[in-house]
Write a protein that binds this ligand. Structure first.
Ligand code: HEC
Length: 453
């Protein structure tokens, strides 16, 4: 196999140029009371402040005057404790620096990748193309849907191997022309690069083996013998782009309006915000909600983010983060309470399981959950009816009786609990759920804690 990795060419979706950070400070000691505790930075084009009386807007304005403050206090926080939610989960871009945050404006959401189930169709990228030619077959270039390597012994039987047979699997967008179902030849992987303004196709990887073409002719299995294992490993390392990364036969990148991580002027269609809420324009967004752990967004934080995105210019730079967020002209300032992250209906699947996933999953999830307690996934409901470890006399949830539900007692920080109130916040040592979420958990338990849709 040969790998060709042109170093001077830029791949689509690579980082944008970074804008320089400028803060201009106007300071006249004759007019301004000097307050060493609270240095104020203002820029000449700061918007007029919000002067209404909505408490949420006022709180947002005083805590997050500028985009940079929002980044420091909220975005960075959600990326940091416990090794960093953004960082240790490949689905999310790393937003820990202001320049990465700014670059998320207008960047296609396809830069994210991760578990295939959590890829949103409209964030899929145009796939690389595969070509096979030889032994009487000529496929031409066909877009790759997805690839998979299934380890195991090579197929030795008669006819075609079963669909899940060990080997290197390629799923294509269109069928391979012709009739032939077995051919020993070289498969080529091609990508379009933009090189100094010229669009060029390159073969960036090859694999020579025995290929089987399965019925339907969109699924190929390449044989992997022991001496070929490394070559197949390399095919994965070089990063073949999958056009149908979530494997549902919708090639999202073919839709003509890409979704951006953050859409200047339009929080409702910004992918990162959709991941926070679990929906975009009423459509469910796959994947767990973000941030997964310890730092759920409060309503003032959501308002600040919405108003920042709504007021962010299409050609914005880091300097625009330094400007005041325009709460006065922000359309969301009219009804900020409506920005809660929560759906309707206090049911297990629509609401309660999501509250747990969103607020607790970062610690009570994965291979090594805190206190041995997993609060995400299919098994959670059954576990909740079992005794607590810290207080085996109480189950985590007693349907109908919140005061005998140890999980609820942990949420309200009851005197009887062992350890900390939950959700534990490692930064402050304490933590509470939002009022609305806590109220919903209470309602759900009181109403019998049923595992309803
Ligand atoms: C930052 C990490 C973290 C977060 C977030 C977190 N927990 Fe915990 N949880 C812990 C740790 C550590 C323990 C054990 C020490 C203690 O009790 O404080 C624990 C213990 C528990 C226990 C006791 C387990 C038992 O069987 O007795 C419950 C119940 C619990 N957490 C529920 C929750 C719920 C519900 C949430 C979300 C609303 C949550 N936790 C969020 C870290 C976390």
């Amino acid at each position: 196999m040969t790998l060709f990795r042109p170093s001077s060419l830029s791949l689509a979706g690579a980082a944008l140029a970074l804008g320089a950070c400028t803060v201009s400070t106007s300071f006249d000691p004759g007019e301004i009371d000097f307050e060493p505790e609270r240095p104020e930075t203002t820029t000449p084009d700061d918007p007029d402040p919000y002067t209404g009386d909505d408490e949420i807007v006022l709180e947002a304005q005083s805590n997050f005057r500028t985009g940079i403050e929002l980044h420091q206090k909220v975005i960075w926080r959600t990326c940091t404790p416990n090794g960093g939610v953004c960082h240790n989960s490949k689905e999310f871009p790393d937003l820990r620096t202001p320049s990465n945050f700014v670059n998320a404006f207008g960047a296609n959401c396809n830069v994210q990748y991760g578990e295939f189930e959590s890829v949103y169709d409209r964030c899929e990228r145009p796939g690389d193309r595969f070509r096979i030619a030889g032994g009487g077959l000529n496929s031409g270039q066909i877009e790759i849907g997805w690839i998979e390597s299934i380890p195991g012994d090579i197929f030795e039987g008669e006819g075609l191997p079963p669909e899940d047979s060990p080997g290197f699997h390629i799923h294509l967008a269109d069928p391979i022309p012709g009739e032939q179902t077995e051919v020993y030849t070289t498969g080529e992987f091609e990508r379009t690069f933009i090189n100094e303004g010229k669009v060029e196709d390159f073969t960036f990887a090859e694999y020579t083996t025995l290929w089987y073409v399965l019925p339907g002719r969109k699924h190929l299995i390449g044989e992997v013998r022991e001496y070929q294992v490394d070559q197949v490993q390399n095919l994965f390392t070089v990063g073949i782009i999958e056009g149908d990364a979530n494997r549902n036969e919708v090639f999202g990148a073919r839709e003509d309006d890409p979704v951006h991580l953050l859409e200047p002027g339009s929080p409702e269609t910004s992918y990162l915000i959709a991941r926070l809420r679990g929906t975009m324009l009423g459509e469910e967004i796959p994947g767990s909600r973000m941030p997964l752990a310890n730092a759920p967004f409060t309503i003032p934080e959501m308002l600040a983010l919405f108003c920042l995105v709504e007021g962010f210019p299409a050609d914005g730079t880091e300097a625009d983060l330094d400007r005041g967020i325009d709460y006065a002209n922000c359309s969301y300032s009219e009804d900020p309470a409506g920005l809660g992250l929560l759906g309707e209906g206090v049911t297990w699947s629509a609401r309660i399981s999501k509250i747990l996933e969103f607020n607790c999953g970062g610690c009570h999830g994965g291979a090594n959950p805190e206190a041995g307690l997993t609060l995400v996934g299919d098994e959670v409901y059954a576990r909740l009816l079992e005794p607590s470890t810290q207080n085996p006399e109480l189950p985590l949830i007693t349907p109908g009786v919140p005061e005998e539900s140890y999980l609820y007692l942990k949420l309200i920080g009851d005197d009887s609990i062992t350890g900390n109130p939950m959700p534990y916040n490692p930064l402050t040592g304490e933590g509470t759920l939002g009022e609305a979420e806590l109220a919903d958990v209470l309602t759900w338990i009181t109403n019998g804690a049923v595992e309803n849709e």
